[in-house]
Design a binder for this molecule. Sequence first.
Ligand SMILES: Cc1cc2nc3c(=O)[nH]c(=O)nc-3n(C[C@H](O)[C@H](O)[C@H](O)COP(=O)(O)O)c2cc1C
Length: 177
Amino acid sequence: MIKIIALGGSNSKNSINKKLAVYAANQIANAEVTVVDLNELDLPMFGMDEEIANGIPDNVHKLNRLIAATDGLVISLAEHNGCYSVAFKNAYDWLSRIDGKVWQNKPMLLMGTSPGVRGAQTVLGIALAGFPRLGGNIAADFSFPSFDDNFSDQDGIVNSELKEVFDSKVELFVNSL
Ligand SMILES: Cc1cc2nc3c(=O)[nH]c(=O)nc-3n(C[C@H](O)[C@H](O)[C@H](O)COP(=O)(O)O)c2cc1C
């Protein structure tokens, strides 16, 4: 079995990014998928004073170990005002305090989606530029626009052109594992 982490970069209960990440991870044959829900990490807001007073939370160490033990990462980023969601940035900053190698060179399928036509392209650009400096090994990236028009809970990606591009990105990712 190939171990895959699926992570939506959002703390929305009905996160479209979590849906896309889980959907993508489930396309991979022989994959054991672990879904990371940022809500369940229940992290305090990162700050140097918080770290000095209480240390790095156990759940951050647990997530770091989970990443160390995985074969690949499927991440879909929510875009808030052109940046990472606060929940994602918080987890990311905490993780970076362990050893600065957040993604531990694990092959990554990096995606982003939004209800709008730009499909979280701005935050994707930020991650594409920044993740490699923190151990990011991005095998493929995919921006999925107009989520509500192009995805159904029952059938997944229903736009055939986007599905073709998505499939090619998943294939690139699988080949990198
Ligand atoms: C504070 C806030 C800022 C947002 N800014 C953007 C944005 O810059 N670009 C965008 O495409 N969508 C933006 N959106 C819409 C999000 O893409 C939308 O809420 C989406 O569902 C977030 O993904 P999620 O469901 O995985 O949380 C914003 C939403 C909120 C609440």
